[in-house]
Design a protein around this ligand. Structure first.
Ligand code: CO
Length: 137
């Protein structure tokens, strides 16, 4: 399914948007834009609500504490787009390629993310200021 012999190609899996108040903003995406809600696990000290936009998700991330990654992000920059997640055919190979090219990795080895898939983050200092998450399809 995920083998390079049956590649699906890299695609945007989800956008992570840092919010101050999930309940306040969720109706905009769910009811006004009419994106169906998708249940997601909370992760990295954030409560997460997901909505599906075709093949891609929008993840609304609300910090559970001020010292969580989202809490620090919102304190510094305010709410807004936090990260872009690309699903790739071969996560380990992509991570190795990035590392070999000198891209700074936040996660040296993949871990389990909010969608219960293996994920790894790349540092925005290596990617033109955009926090990039890589995941398996
Ligand atoms: Co994410």
């Amino acid at each position: 399914m995920n083998s390079p012999s049956n590649p699906r190609g890299t695609r945007i899996a989800h956008l992570g948007i840092a919010v101050r108040d999930l309940e306040a903003i969720l109706p905009f995406y769910r009811d006004l834009l009419q994106l169906p809600e998708v249940p997601l696990d909370n992760a990295d000290g954030a409560r997460i609500a997901g909505v599906a936009a075709g093949e891609s998700l929008v993840e609304l991330l609300q910090a559970e504490s001020d010292d969580s990654p989202i809490g620090k992000f919102v304190a510094k920059r305010g709410p807004g787009i936090h990260h872009i997640c690309f699903a790739v055919d071969d996560l380990d190979a992509t991570l190795h390629r990035c590392k070999a090219a000198g891209i700074r990795l936040i996660d040296e080895t993949p871990r389990i993310g909010a969608e219960k898939k293996r994920i790894a983050f790349l540092h925005p200092s290596s990617t033109a200021g955009v926090l990039i998450e890589l995941s398996e399809h």
